[in-house]
Design a protein around this ligand. Structure first.
Ligand code: PMP
Length: 415
């Protein structure tokens, strides 16, 4: 086995040193919602405000030049991280949601006609559903769904019939934020391209954990968020193939996105600025670059192996527990996300009782209501990992669940 010691990295995370209740150190298992930040990222943010800060691309003064250089260097780092062909294909947004909405508006409004079809999957996050519903409504198009099976995997047997000459875009996540399922996006992209459809890949849950290569994948668009990969909140990325972005009209208008403005109109600017109207998330982008540096120093391959060990351990422990149901495929087919229900205890009570022993998990529909409907539950509890989690923390989660079951058993006996 690859040796990986999360304790080495935990020291870099001030928040992981705190207690959430007296004598209860934080066990942070809500990484699919957002991760924590290491000192290196926090320090980069502090230094930006203390030493370099000015607006980008505008001033002819030293601070503006320094900030612009750091901002553009951040773009180059993101470009390399996902293996894009050129940094002109990297657009900074406020997050994955903003990236997807940008495509649905700018590409969608220009390319979707009445009767066209948009293909998504049953396991998408609301961020990768609602913008397509809105687009379909604006343009008179139809949204169709790739179904999932009871193991929480996409059913691709009928992909040929779902993909037709009417299909203009397919929007699919690499990793489900509820089930953890890793989808075969490369083969979906190949099939979509064979009918001339574009593909938007939601990388919110994959880019932080798995090596992403947009050229190998051949995605037309990729959306992800900085805050789920050690970066600041309020920064996200839209990757798009240059020729597609070049043909897309700008979405938001304002400063920086133009070449020329006259009283009778405007000429949009070049890529990527055409899609970055207004003052961009400057410190966010530079903080994201620091986060990428940190992740690259560890190595995403090692991170994935460690997260898989955590997942294997939790799956095994939950399988031993009575009245616990886990959703999604086996650990070898998924990322570090484990959603479950404890029969007789609402997911919110599970999360609350776990919190009382210091364990942070999420409960609810996790912004995937259609998926929960398909699973036949209104809410699940979700533990999601990152490289700084330890195998001992899994024991704390399991002990917390056993305690929750004891408490509820006593309550029901008293009734
Ligand atoms: N897609 C998936 C799969 C997600 O898990 C999330 C975040 N929960 C998003 C999109 C949206 O990301 P953000 O809220 O950062 O825009």
């Amino acid at each position: 086995a690859v040796s990986f010691d999360p304790l080495v990295y935990r020291q870099d995370f001030p928040i992981l040193q705190r207690e959430v209740h007296p004598g209860r150190p934080l066990v942070y298992f809500d990484n699919a919602a957002t991760t924590q930040r290491p000192r290196q990222v926090i320090q980069t943010i502090v230094e930006m405000y203390e030493k370099h800060y000015a607006n980008v691309h505008r001033g002819i003064h030293t601070l503006a030049d320094e900030t612009t250089e750091l901002y553009e260097e951040a773009r180059r780092r993101v470009c390399r991280f996902i293996n894009a062909r050129s940094e002109e294909e990297i657009i900074f947004t406020s997050g994955a949601t903003a990236s997807i909405n940008l495509v649905a508006r700018a590409w969608g409004d220009a390319n979707i006609r009445p009767g066209d079809e948009i293909l998504v999957t049953e396991m998408e996050h609301h961020s990768n559903l609602v913008p397509w519903f809105q687009l379909a409504e604006r343009r008179g198009a139809t949204v169709r769904f790739i179904p999932i099976n009871d193991q929480g995997e996409l059913v691709l047997d009928n992909l040929d019939t779902l993909l037709t000459e009417r299909t203009k875009i397919v929007a699919v996540t690499v990793v489900s934020n509820v089930l953890g399922t890793i989808n075969p996006v490369e083969s979906i992209i190949r099939a979509a391209h064979s009918v001339g459809a574009k593909v938007l890949v939601d990388g919110a849950q994959s880019v932080p954990h798995l090596v992403t290569d947009v050229q190998k994948m051949d995605a037309d668009f990729l959306a992800f968020s900085g805050h789920k990969m050690l970066g600041p909140s309020g920064i996200g990325v839209l990757y798009g193939k240059r020729e597609i972005l070049e043909a897309m009209p700008p979405f938001m208008g304002g400063g920086s996105m133009i070449r020329e403005v006259r009283l009778d109109g405007f000429v949009p600017g070049d890529l990527p600025y055409r899609f970055e109207a207004g003052t961009p998330p400057i410190v966010g982008a530079i903080g994201l670059a620091a986060a990428i540096d940190y992740l690259e120093r560890i190595g995403l391959e090692r991170i994935a192996v460690h997260e898989n060990q955590l997942t294997v351990k939790l799956h095994a422990a939950l399988a031993e527990m009575p009245r616990v149901r886990v959703f999604g495929p086996a650990p070898d087919k998924k990322g570090g996300i484990v959603s479950f229900v404890v029969d007789g205890i609402h997911a919110h009570d599970v999360a609350q009782l776990l919190d009382s022993v210091g364990v942070a998990v999420r409960a609810g529909h996790h912004c995937a209501m259609p998926l929960h409907k398909r699973l036949g539950v209104v809410a699940t509890a979700r533990a999601s990992f990152y490289f700084y989690n330890t195998l001992n923390e899994i024991d704390q989660l399991v002990e917390g669940l056993e305690r929750a079951q004891r408490i509820f058993k006593k309550r029901s006996e008293r009734r």
